[in-house]
Design a protein around this ligand. Structure first.
Ligand code: SF4
Ligand code: F3S
Length: 105
């Protein structure tokens, strides 16, 4: 499957959800996750994200986010329609290490 990494936190552009054929994105307060058991590995979401937050789980940088995606996908509501990004999304795009200080479940 593909996973959402911490690059999504405080951005949440939501371009990704519009293209997913199986509606497997789930929405938390300031980030999304992908349900790894529902993702069909089509890859179409990856280039849609302006923050480059989506990676295939074969990427070494994705590994640490797989369990987190699974955990919260089971708790959060599905999102399949684009909405406005978070207000300061462009300021947070590319900021490293957002999970430790800025993740809001
Ligand atoms: Fe959805 Fe395809 Fe992205 Fe998986 S890879 S989350 S199925 S768009
Ligand atoms: Fe997040 Fe990128 Fe989607 S910032 S909401 S993974 S388009």
């Amino acid at each position: 499957p593909y996973v959402v990494t911490e690059a999504c936190i405080k951005c949440k552009y939501t371009d990704c959800v519009e293209v997913c054929p199986v509606d497997c994105f789930y929405e938390g307060e300031n980030t999304l996750v992908i349900h790894p058991d529902e993702c069909i590995d089509c890859g179409v979401c990856e280039p849609e994200c302006p923050a480059e937050a989506i990676l295939p789980d074969t990427d070494p940088r994705a590994e640490q986010w797989l369990a987190m995606n699974r955990e919260y996908a089971g708790q959060w509501p599905v999102i399949n329609r684009r909405k406005d990004p978070l207000p300061d999304a462009d300021d947070w795009k590319g900021v490293p290490d957002k999970f430790a200080q800025h993740f809001s479940p």
